[in-house]
Design a protein around this ligand. Structure first.
Ligand code: AMP
Length: 278
């Protein structure tokens, strides 16, 4: 596996890489959620690149940019073992050189759910992903449904800006007890990890209510809040919404996205599931 640190070298590699070329953008501290994307990329493409870049533009001033877990050597080993061709590892100055001025804003859908408490987040994500697409020129790019709103934002950006990239998504990978894998799970103490199970448990309860015929979005939101608050976790949002527009639903029709963000101590965790009539 080759490690590339500059935009210039990455563009040169991409220009001669076998096609289709697949890209998996990440912030590192790789776990099985990331690796499912990497494996899919490897099987669907003739060349594969994984970027590891902790993107300053998507962190707010009081967020965990500096403390974000960095495990470069073990990430490198995992990617090498998975047979990835290129690890793209740019420094912040390579992506945002002095005088950097341009940001991408996907409107409307980014103002809801995570966009409310993290107003800079999707602007930072869309900007860095567009830059990564321009640098690596992938035919396919792979993202996880764990970050459902991010996925919709990037699909919208790709459509609106006529990008020549196909965005593929893969389901959430969970620990055996249901906790959605996340790089931020390393912040959790054993007690906090126990509280964090309330996210996936409340989603299972929501799914079960829907299966048994409950169609009131508010009743489902209320049940989720009850389960999470019992674990003394602090709710950022609980949403039962349209999976494309993120507008809150009242009466659930064919399907809904159930999504939540919760503070466990100082760690903000997200999870979601789609509920639909079968
Ligand atoms: P991150 O490094 O957190 O920015 O995530 C990089 C990519 O991995 C994003 O497309 C995420 O949606 C995806 N991802 C993160 N956690 C999971 C998970 N538990 N299951 C599936 N995909 C994930």
């Amino acid at each position: 596996m080759r490690t590339i640190q500059t935009v210039k070298e990455m563009k040169a590699w991409s220009a001669q890489a076998r096609r289709p070329l697949g890209l998996v953008p990440t912030m590192g501290c790789l776990h099985e959620g990331h690796m499912s994307l990497v494996r899919k990329c490897r099987s669907a493409c003739r060349s594969s690149a994984v970027s590891v870049f902790v993107n300053p533009a998507q962190f707010g001033p009081s967020e965990d940019l500096n403390g974000y877990p960095r495990t470069l050597e073990s990430d490198r080993k995992k990617l090498e073992d998975a047979g990835v061709d290129v690890l793209f590892l740019p420094g912040p100055g390579e992506i945002y050189p002095p005088g950097y001025k341009t940001y991408v804003n996907v409107e409307d859908i980014t103002s809801r759910l995570c966009g409310k408490s993290r107003p800079q987040f999707f602007r930072g994500v869309a900007t860095v992903v567009l830059k990564l697409f321009n640098i690596a020129r992938p035919d396919l790019a792979f993202f996880g449904e764990k970050d459902w709103q991010q996925l919709e934002t990037l699909r919208t950006m790709a459509r609106d800006l006529d990008l020549d990239v196909t965005i593929e998504s893969l389901p959430i990978v969970r620990e055996a007890d249901g906790l959605a894998m996340s790089s931020r799970n390393v912040y959790l103490s054993p007690e906090q990890r126990e509280s964090a199970l309330s996210l996936s448990r409340s989603l299972s309860a929501a799914r079960e209510m829907f299966r048994q015929g409950e169609r009131s979005a508010e009743k489902i939101r209320a049940r989720i809040r009850e389960i999470v608050e019992k674990q003394s976790a602090r709710i950022d949002y609980v949403s039962v919404c349209d999976p494309r527009t993120f507008v809150e639903q009242e009466k659930i029709g064919e399907k809904a996205l159930v999504a939540l963000a919760v503070w466990v101590g100082t760690t903000r965790l997200i999870d979601n599931c789609l509920i639909e009539r079968t």
